[in-house]
Design a protein around this ligand. Structure first.
Ligand SMILES: Nc1ncnc2c1ncn2[C@@H]1O[C@H](COP(=O)(O)OP(=O)(O)OP(=O)(O)O)[C@@H](O)[C@H]1O
Length: 317
């Protein structure tokens, strides 16, 4: 549904986007992650036909964004990271204005607007002035605005930025509904862990280059190759350290007040076998578990050494 080929954008001598090649299939929710200034907004603006690439190409729904921008615009709903809302409109009037500008008939708008307000949980605010709405509500209204022409593809640039945790959860639930409706969604964020439930794939961008892309589950299993097992023993911990260090796939064993931390490079089956051997050897296990791998770990692991600019910038929240 979305394809970019060697997509490049330069501002003078500065390369903001560097030969970005990627493909996002129909119905996929694609999380676009990277530190500030990595090139996410630049990519999204090009896909939204608002910015021309310096070289390379991008297609949405088979249409080239520079050659067929009108066709692309019909297919996409774009939510920029900074958006203006017209404060002297009521929420309903705001959506009505956008619906009309897309050429949707008044009769259809009257049907559509209550549905959109319901989708973004703003039915009760239908007759409230936009400037009286909270930031989270304004952001949801902006999302509704992107949906007036029922686009197949949503390009959402940091839709949850600046929202408090409750408002983020609300936004996430709406995005889940949009995914269930079959939309193809590309969404950028610094708070990837919160998107984990709804993102099918992630792309990690840094210095304008796509440094990793793949299914969330694949990337997590890549990290599993370096999993850490947490083992708690009733006693005989010192003996267990020596025993574990001699076992296949164990690369390191650390011990602290919480127990043993076993760095393990084996498969799930190898892990089962290791547990069986500990039990067979009579070690008094209180617990044996795998340290959870979340998307934040995945992100940090992938960008490690890749030049994450500073701690502040790779911070995900
Ligand atoms: N109009 C412009 N002129 C010059 N440089 C620009 C322009 N727009 C963006 N840049 C630069 O291009 C780089 C990529 O910016 P972009 O906004 O795409 O990053 P981003 O990943 O979206 O970051 P953020 O998460 O902060 O929004 C940045 O270094 C930015 O300063």
């Amino acid at each position: 549904m979305i394809t970019t080929t060697e997509l490049t954008k330069r501002y003078g001598n500065f390369t903001a986007l560097d030969s970005l090649t990627m493909q996002i299939d129909k119905g996929t929710v694609f999380g676009f992650v990277g530190p500030n200034g990595a090139g996410k907004s630049t990519t999204m603006s090009i896909l939204a036909t608002l910015l021309n690439p310096t070289s390379g190409s991008a297609q949405v729904g088979g249409y080239d964004v520079t050659e067929k921008p009108k066709e692309v615009r019909k297919l996409i709903g774009y939510m920029p990271d900074f958006f203006g809302v017209y404060d002297n409109f009521k929420a309903t009037e705001y959506l009505d204005f956008y619906g009309a500008s897309y050429g949707i008939s008044r009769a259809d708008r009257m049907k559509l607007i209550p549905q959109l307000l319901d989708l973004v949980n703003l039915t009760e605010k239908a007759d409230f002035y936009v400037d009286s709405l909270s930031r989270g509500m304004k952001q949801r209204l902006c999302l509704a605005r992107c949906l007036v022409h029922e686009p197949e593809v949503l390009i959402l640039d940091e839709p949850a930025s600046g929202l408090d945790p409750r408002a983020r959860i609300e936004m996430r639930e709406i995005l889940k509904e949009l995914k269930a409706m079959g939309k193809t969604i590309i969404i950028s964020s610094h708070i990837l862990p919160e998107l984990a439930e709804m993102v099918d794939e992630i792309g990690v961008i840094e210095y304008g280059k796509l440094i990793a892309k793949g299914k969330v589950s694949d990337i997590q299993s890549r990290m599993k190759a370096n999993r850490v097992l947490q083992v708690r023993m009733a006693n005989r911990a010192e003996e267990a350290v020596v025993y574990l260090q001699q076992q296949p796939h164990v690369t390191m064993v650390l011990q602290d007040e919480k127990g043993l931390h076993v760095h393990f490079g084996g498969t799930d089956e190898d892990q089962t076998n290791l547990l069986a051997r500990l039990i067979q050897n009579g070690f008094p296990l209180l617990s044996f578990s795998e340290a959870l791998t979340n998307l934040e770990d995945v992100f940090l692991e992938i960008t490690k050494g890749g030049g994450a600019h500073d701690e502040q910038q790779v911070k995900l929240d």
